[in-house]
Write a protein that binds this ligand. Structure first.
Ligand SMILES: NC(=O)c1ccc[n+]([C@@H]2O[C@H](COP(=O)([O-])OP(=O)(O)OC[C@H]3O[C@@H](n4cnc5c(N)ncnc54)[C@H](OP(=O)(O)O)[C@@H]3O)[C@@H](O)[C@H]2O)c1
Length: 183
């Protein structure tokens, strides 16, 4: 690959915001690793990118699974050699339900995807970004207006996007890693 090409990982890149972001970055000349659990939507995005899809690489990934996330970043390093941008975008809503009726599984799946997923991906991204030359990179966490304007009966989603978790996680990372040009 050319040394001037920038490399991005986008989680949840098969649909919605992630897919549109992947298409925009490919158009801008980035090499883009598209991550999500289902291959078909990832491949649809690559097809939609047309000729710029030659710089795309789809990797089936479950962001809530540490081994799957590790594999995503190993494959990215093998394929493109570096990482300049991580977009922690994969996320799920939670079923509208009274708090006392929520099951543990419903709570856990939302937290695992929306909060643990970005943690696991950020951890792996730091390992690449701080050891590459030039060092550093950008990490963008896709939050939600729900962090500040919660909707009723959506406790798991609101909790994962709220400043008590997601936002402060971002701020803490920024403080820890400002020494090597992490934004
Ligand atoms: N749309 C909005 O109005 C809005 C507003 C505020 C914030 N957001 C945030 O924006 C992000 C994207 O939302 P969207 O509207 O574009 O939703 P979406 O179309 O449902 O996209 C979510 C993506 O995340 C992937 N995903 C879900 N669980 C995953 C997991 N465990 N591992 C890997 N990928 C996973 C899904 O693919 P697979 O099912 O194939 O894994 C899917 O492609 C979310 O974080 C959401 O909270 C959206």
């Amino acid at each position: 690959m050319s040394t001037i090409e920038k490399v991005a990982i986008i989680t949840g890149a098969g649909t919605g915001i992630g897919s549109k972001t992947a298409l925009a970055l490919l158009k801008e000349g980035y090499c883009v690793v598209l991550a999500g659990r289902r291959m078909a939507p990832l491949e649809n995005t690559v097809t939609e990118a047309g000729s710029s899809g030659s710089r795309a690489f789809a990797v089936s990934t479950d962001v809530s699974d540490p081994a799957s996330v590790r594999s995503l970043f190993v494959k990215t390093k093998e394929k493109f050699g570096r990482l300049d941008l991580l977009f922690n975008n994969a996320g799920i809503g939670s079923p509208r339900a009274l708090l006392e009726d929520l099951t543990y599984a419903q709570w856990k799946s939302t937290v695992d995807t929306n909060l643990t997923g970005p943690f696991l991906c950020t951890q792996q991204a730091f390992k690449i970004m701080k050891n590459q030359n030039p060092a550093g990179g950008r990490i963008i966490n896709n939050g939600s207006v729900s962090a500040h304007s919660p909707r009723p009966d959506s406790a798991p989603y609101t909790a994962t996007k709220h400043s008590g978790g997601f936002h402060n996680h971002s701020q803490s990372c920024k403080l820890s890693y400002q020494c090597f040009s992490y934004h």
